[in-house]
Design a protein around this ligand. Structure first.
Ligand code: ADP
Ligand code: MG
Length: 230
């Protein structure tokens, strides 16, 4: 469902983001992307979101070549992909409910659908009692649960996560991981960039390791295995 072929991203200053990456990720997979800081994890996420264009190579989503998508096709692409970042990126002047509802408004949902789906997804992430709170009234874990609710409310087939537990304490990080696992078990493809080795080791999922922009290992049910990255 996601196919990345001979993909290279070189930034304008000459930095190598990713180099000759070839990956296929099937529908419903849960994939960790690991590697040291600067190894290309975020670049990989950004090229899937079309936040960045490739220098070389191609990307297919469901057999559809998105490499040459123009700006007007990006909203359509974003409906296929939810995304969660390390720093939550909630809208500070909107409540929990409004943050999630806004993602549906952008996707042209009707107000009836919004009234139906927002409470459902908020209760899935355990935030039903916080729906009127603003982001600065929430803990880090609650903010990330809100960001996760926003990412999945339009029911995208793919969920991309860039260091989603990076700002969270270990217990809260595991709450988020359990939610990601549940979302994946409902059929959503999850791609998660992280360097949380304890989480990667415990989850026993596919692990793609990056180094200097290259994919250096790709293991079914792997672990973090720092040794391979040195
Ligand atoms: P990671 O997420 O694994 O830490 P990144 O994808 O952010 O790695 O970075 C990969 C490489 O690309 C690094 O060498 C980094 O310095 C470089 N890079 C990332 N973003 C930019 C940018 N906007 N401009 C120039 N170089 C960048
Ligand atoms: Mg990064």
């Amino acid at each position: 469902m996601i196919k990345i072929a001979n993909a290279t991203k070189i930034y304008e200053n000459g930095s190598r983001g990713i180099q000759d990456v070839n990956l296929t990720i099937e529908k419903g997979e849960f994939v960790f992307v690991v590697g040291l800081s600067g190894s290309g994890k975020s670049t990989l996420i950004k090229i899937l979101l079309k936040e960045l264009d490739l220098s070389e190579g191609e990307i297919f989503i469901n057999e559809e070549n998105i490499t040459l998508y123009g700006k007007n096709q990006i909203p359509y692409l974003r409906r296929k992909m939810g995304v969660v970042f390390q720093d939550f990126r909630l809208l500070p002047n909107k409540t929990v409910y409004e943050n999630v509802a806004f993602a549906m408004q952008i996707a042209d949902a009707s107000s009836r659908e919004i009234r139906r789906n927002v409470p459902t997804v908020l209760s899935m992430v355990g935030l039903q009692k916080k729906s009127k709170a603003y982001p600065n009234q929430l803990s880090g874990g609650e903010q990330q649960r809100c960001a996760l609710a926003r990412a999945i409310v339009n029911n995208p087939p793919i969920l991309l996560c860039d260091e989603p537990t990076g700002n969270l304490d270990p217990d809260t990080a595991w709450d988020i991981m359990n939610l990601l696992d549940e979302i994946n078990n409902r059929g959503t493809t999850v791609v998660m960039a992280t360097h949380a080795w304890d989480i990667v080791d415990a989850m026993k999922k596919r692990v793609i390791s990056m180094k200097n922009g290259f994919v250096v290992r790709d293991i079914e049910r792997g672990g973090y295995n720092n040794e391979s990255l040195d």
